[in-house]
Design a protein around this ligand. Structure first.
Ligand code: BGC
Length: 807
């Protein structure tokens, strides 16, 4: 331990008090003991420091900061150096705003395109997600503040996120949902990590000994502070015992007393408590010193330029028929679509940044000096999806006057948000109709799409070019203009597969459904791992992206440590190519996806130029998790190394032999037909249970501290029914208006215990227990207990506050 000298001077109450936040975004100070308070702030694509009234969903404005492209965008750059630069800039801004812990990056696996937070995450692939996240963390921590990768783990849907139980087999857990975190922890050494709200196989992530002790701390050697998600602590004492350090936001005195009691009762040892304190003190003292040293200003113009570069590197050209792009000098261009004037550049929720400045595409096109003749702008559609024939007519008549139409379509602000999954994968009907109408009068349509996650593109035949601008941050418009006009050559490649239709996606039957259990039935077959193994053709595959130039691959040399090859720019534009390395084992005995990404490299080339590209293979290249030996094993024999320009555009292959570890077949004697074939939409209960190694857990609503407010109608209290009804109707009304109220969504899906965890000490667990009695039907006793506990809590809190102030 590093801080025994301080820890020795603290009494039990002070120790316990330090392990939870004092306000929504700050830790507790004990000035008398030389312990300062530090600030933690979101988020993954820019700093969101709420100076005034803090609310954890980002509803109140924060201090202006640079809004970088979201992670789902920058992942399409496959550029670790860029990720590190973005991380460094965010770290610098955070330190300048006296933020010691930046709450990001988020690197949950994009399991379904409908997850409301896909925009905050990097990829459906753990290697790409892990490498990009590690780059961000290295950048953020360069000057001494802390990054906080999140949400650890298996938190791939928003519905009931504080109460859902991710039911997942150990191999899938390790290979898919944890490998990215493993890469971040081992390669970038984040000072903190944030646990997720959900349970994993029946135990909350934040108190999950398997996750936090066996894997995070022992296997991966993490020695930093584990931070709960906001209100994500269930039993703080159990969390502390199992490796969770800091409970956020500000649960108040009751949580401190509960922890003290647990120590006194022997549920948590003082050694565990001290270990957590040591982690906390290291975090607080080291980052506080870094923040103190940091300048209070930063170069906003340079960060804007970096945001623009990041956006440009991340734009993916999905279609370019007849070489319609880049736009040509002298060409008459009509700009249509609301997003051209009012850009959609980031997602909603806790990651929303109060951007320093926001560029609009319309202005960038008007200011462009490449000789394009701008003929006018029409908004074309109602952003929230209402039919607006007048706007459409205006757009159509403008389209008639132009050689080419730049049509800016996308998902509106409400469709991609923390706390809420998307209802479907479609582009709004009115936007599709506009495209039809415009294409009918002018076939030269270039669609620029603003969205943080894939959309269905049945309309793609009606445009000649499709440019995925993603959510490009505050400077995304300038970047898009540079790509469209050919000042820059597009080089981004998809980090998530675009299925032809939502119905084709592997998790559809087990995503966002009724009940608390979220069955990760598809196992390893997420994203391209599924589409390729099952032979389902997507609209745009993983790793796909076009360029204004062409590249040739040659001279592959390969062994089990990696590959090298020559890439030549055979076209006439300077450009960059992202070379991907997939590993396949066609004769595998232990089932596995058709192929898996194991490395990648990005290379910039002038026309005619050739460069040697080397991609190393590491310990993750051939391993699989064996549930029998409970260890990483390697199946020996021949492997195919596939080098490609996308997951389906394999240019060179090499067969190599790899020495195995001779482990027993983990699935011997089990019938796992659909896992072997990859046809996982047909997996039976028996197969899933065989994969899990235990029966599928029962899914019941219990009347206890973890019942959600939205589940109170399952109780026996008229008061509970009424409260549930009120919440439900508020929710429905906001949905009906097309403006889901995120706070109500949050409350509706919030467990009762979060009342005690998120009310700054006003509510105690005793009061929650009184409420539970009430809901169980002990109406009078329940109410009396709530009142009694309220008074007790208020008195104890006041006494505690006084003692801590003196301390
Ligand atoms: C989100 C986290 C975020 C935290 C603090 C939570 O609701 O899940 O990602 O960091 O709030 O704003």
């Amino acid at each position: 331990m590093k801080h025994t000298d301080i820890i020795r001077k603290l009494n039990l109450e002070q120790k316990c008090a330090l392990l939870s936040g004092e306000t929504v975004f700050t830790t507790r100070a004990l000035p008398g003991k030389g312990i300062p308070s530090i600030t933690l702030s979101d988020g993954p694509n820019g700093v969101r420091k709420q100076a005034g009234a803090a609310d954890h969903l980002g509803l109140n404005p924060s201090v202006p900061a640079t809004c970088f492209p979201t992670s789902s965008a920058t992942a399409c750059s496959w550029d670790e150096a860029l990720g590190e630069a973005v991380g460094e800039a965010m770290g610098e801004e955070a330190a300048a705003q006296e933020v010691a812990v930046l709450l990001g990056p988020g690197l949950n696996i994009q399991r379904s395109p409908l997850c409301g937070r896909d925009f905050e995450y990097f990829s459906e692939d753990p290697i790409l997600a892990g490498k990009m996240a590690a780059a961000y963390v290295r950048g953020i921590q360069k000057k001494g503040i802390a990054a906080c990768p999140k949400h650890f783990a298996v938190n791939s849907q928003e519905l009931r996120r504080m109460a859902s139980d991710s039911v997942v087999d150990e191999r899938t857990l390790r290979e898919l949902y944890l490998t990215g975190f493993e890469i971040v922890v081992k390669e970038a050494r984040p000072k903190t990590i944030m646990t997720s709200y959900n349970l994993i196989n029946g135990t909350y992530a934040n108190e999950n000994a398997h996750l936090l002790q066996d894997i995070l701390r022992k296997d991966w050697g993490f020695d930093g502070a584990v931070v709960t998600d906001w209100g994500g602590s269930n039993d703080h004492a159990l969390g502390v015992k199992n490796g969770s350090t800091l409970e956020m936001p500000c649960p108040g005195g009751d949580s401190i007393r509960e922890l003290m009691k647990a120590v006194k009762d022997g549920k948590v040892t003082e050694a565990d408590l001290d270990a957590r304190l040591d982690e906390l003190l290291e975090l607080v003292l080291s980052t506080h010193a870094a923040v103190e040293k940091a300048p209070r200003t930063f170069d906003a113009a340079a960060h804007h330029a970096l945001a623009r570069r990041a956006a440009a590197e991340s734009i993916v050209l999905l279609k370019n028929e007849d070489g319609i792009l880049p736009l040509k000098a002298g060409e008459k261009l009509a700009v249509i679509g609301d997003f051209a004037q009012t850009p959609r550049y980031q997602g909603a929720g806790s990651s929303a940044v109060n951007a320093l400045q926001v560029d609009a595409l319309l202005d960038c096109i008007k200011a462009d000096d490449s000789g394009i003749a701008f003929v006018g702008y029409a908004s074309g559609f109602d952003r929230q999806g209402a039919a607006d024939p007048k706007k459409q007519e205006e757009a159509v008549s403008l389209a008639k006057q132009a050689d080419t139409v730049l049509l800016c379509l996308g998902l509106d602000e409400l469709r991609e948000s923390e706390g809420l999954d998307r209802a479907d994968m479609a582009l709004a009907e009115n936007q599709q109709q506009l495209l039809d109408a415009v294409a009918a009068v002018n076939p030269n349509v270039v669609v620029l799409l603003s969205a943080g996650a894939p959309v269905e593109t049945p309309w793609v035949g009606r445009c000649k070019a499709l440019v995925y601008g993603a959510l490009g941050g505050q400077a995304g418009a300038g970047a898009a203009a540079d790509i469209l006009t050919g000042k820059l050559c597009p080089c981004g490649k998809l980090s998530q597969t675009w299925a032809k239709a939502y119905d084709d996606t592997p998790a559809k039957a087990n995503f966002g459904g009724e009940g608390r259990n979220v069955e990760y039935r598809e196992g390893l077959y997420v994203g391209y791992r599924y589409y390729q193994t099952a032979g389902v053709k997507p609209a745009f595959p993983f790793g796909y992206g076009l360029s204004y130039t062409t590249f040739e691959y040659s001279g592959l040399k390969a062994d089990e440590t990696g590959v090298s090859l020559t890439v030549t720019n055979t076209g006439s534009a300077a450009g960059a190519e992202i070379v991907q390395l997939y590993v396949a084992k066609p004769d595998a005995k232990v089932f596995r996806p058709e192929q898996e990404l194991k490395g990648f490299a990005k290379v910039s080339l002038a026309p005619g130029e050739s460069k040697t590209v080397a991609i190393a293979l590491d310990d993750k290249a051939f391993r699989y998790w064996n549930v029998k030996t409970n260890a990483w094993e390697v199946e020996g024999g021949s492997y195919q190394l596939r080098v490609g320009a996308s997951s389906v555009d394999i240019r060179l292959t090499a067969d190599i032999t790899v020495k195995g570890t001779n482990a027993p077949d983990p699935y011997a004697g089990l019938s796992l037909t659909h896992y072997v074939s990859g046809q996982i939409t047909y997996v039976t209960d028996a197969e899933f249970e065989a994969l899990l190694g235990h029966p599928i857990p029962e899914d019941v609503v219990r009347i206890d501290r973890n019942m959600t407010l939205g589940e109170m109608d399952h109780g026996r209290s008229p008061l509970g029914w009424l409260a549930q009804k009120v919440l439900r109707s508020r929710l429905d009304a906001s949905f009906a208006k097309g403006k889901p109220d995120l706070n109500t969504v949050f409350q509706y899906n919030m467990p009762l215990r979060a009342l005690a965890k998120m009310t700054n000490g006003m509510v105690s667990m005793g009061m929650v227990d009184g409420l539970v009695w009430e809901l169980k039907g002990f109406w009078l006793v329940g109410i009396v207990r709530v009142i009694y506990e309220f008074i007790k809590n208020a008195i104890l809190n006041a006494q505690l506050k006084k003692r801590l102030r003196q301390g």
